[in-house]
Design a protein around this ligand. Structure first.
Ligand code: NAD
Length: 332
């Protein structure tokens, strides 16, 4: 069988970069697509791509997933792709209050465009795409289960991710397109996102600036180390859902760490690792945010054997080692 490349959308992004790396290390060919937008420092995206360029089996195409003509060109020139890991999106809960349109363009139009490409691909095997724990909105029942009702999103970001899950169901039902949506819980690790808590806290502490801790510090998160997430993504990719009777080949899975950590413990670990105390400004809860997340991961465990192994005690030092290396090298 010809080894067709896997398409990774958002390959210059945090999780896309790690996913592409693992696929390449496993000997797969990978085509990455990303529009390299400036939601956060594009230099970090380029630096991730430079790492991927060390693999001869990696090819990158700059392009926008919401641009139908660009995706048709990508499929024609680098495809066909029968396996797609679709991670490109406008991420971030808070930014969706400022720039709603970018969420609709990338997360809704982009998602439909990728599904359209997949459904017109002969022998298509599996589309695995990123959803988010934010779809659970203000749900109080913990741990969050995929059986819970998720009809009341409290941010536009969450609403677009939920819309993706629903549109995916329609495509799986109508066109027998095998799809798995993964609800990621707060993912962290080396090469992480500058808009997320671990990065912001580390940067501010290093620079002697105060950090803002919301909900007066009473926050808990199911922090998931990026290597564990990638293991889950690739485990899911190898297990496409099948049509069963009237049920479409579609599923949604939680992928978290199955532990809810206190944000203040997280901060204490960063302080310990940096050997510096944080100046903490306690703030009220932010609109669109939730006080606690915690994933029920039984379904992905059963399907793929997924078992997250990295605790925050191991993961935070690895992030901080990367952060120091990356920014010291830039300063040289
Ligand atoms: N990191 C987390 O904790 C987390 C949690 C829940 C869900 N997610 C989801 O996982 C996926 C990956 O997240 P991430 O943390 O790697 O984010 P990221 O922002 O680092 O990566 C997303 C990448 O997609 C690219 N992109 C955005 N819009 C695009 C478009 N229209 N066309 C082409 N490329 C585009 C961006 O340039 C970026 O490089 C996203 O779908 C995100 O919503 C992430």
């Amino acid at each position: 069988m010809v080894d067709l490349p896997v398409l990774v959308t958002g390959a210059a992004g945090f999780i896309g970069f790690h996913t592409a790396t693992r696929l390449l290390q496993a000997g797969r060919r990978v085509v990455g697509v990303d529009n390299l937008n400036d939601y956060y420092d594009p230099e970090l995206k380029s630096a991730r791509l430079q790492q991927l360029d060390n693999f001869s089996e990696f090819q990158f195409v700059k392009g926008d997933i919401s641009d139908k003509a660009a995706m048709e060109k990508l499929w024609a020139e680098k495809g066909p792709f029968v396996e797609v890991v679709h991670l490109a999106a406008q991420a971030g809960v808070r930014y969706s209050l400022e720039n709603p349109y970018s969420y609709i363009t990338s997360n809704c139009m982009g998602h439909v465009t990728i599904m359209e490409m997949c459904r017109h691909t002969e022998g298509f095997k599996h589309l695995v795409y990123a959803s988010s724990s934010s779809v659970y909105g203000g749900n109080k029942k913990l741990p969050y289960s995929t059986d819970d009702s998720v009809d009341k999103p409290i941010s536009l970001y969450a609403a677009t991710k939920r819309a993706d899950e629903l549109m995916s169901h329609t495509y799986s039902h109508l066109f027998d397109l095998p799809q798995t949506g993964l609800r990621f819980f707060t993912v962290y690790g080396p090469w992480g996102r500058p808009d997320m808590a671990l990065f912001i806290f580390t940067k501010n502490i290093v620079e002697g600036k105060p950090i803002s801790v919301f909900n007066n510090g009473q926050m808990k998160r199911d922090f998931t180390y990026v290597d564990d997430i990638v293991t889950g993504i690739l485990g899911a990719l190898d297990n496409p859902p099948q049509r069963e009777g009237d049920d479409a080949p579609w599923r949604v899975l939680n992928i978290g760490n199955n532990r809810s950590e206190k944000l203040m413990d997280f901060v204490a670990l960063i302080e310990k690792e940096l050997g510096q105390k944080a100046e903490i400004g306690f703030k009220p809860m932010q609109p669109g945010d939730v006080p606690e997340t915690y994933a029920d991961i039984e379904a992905i465990q059963k399907l793929t054997g997924y078992k997250p192994t990295t605790t925050i005690k191991e993961g935070i030092p690895r992030f901080i080692a990367w952060y120091k290396d990356y920014y010291n090298a830039k300063a040289d």
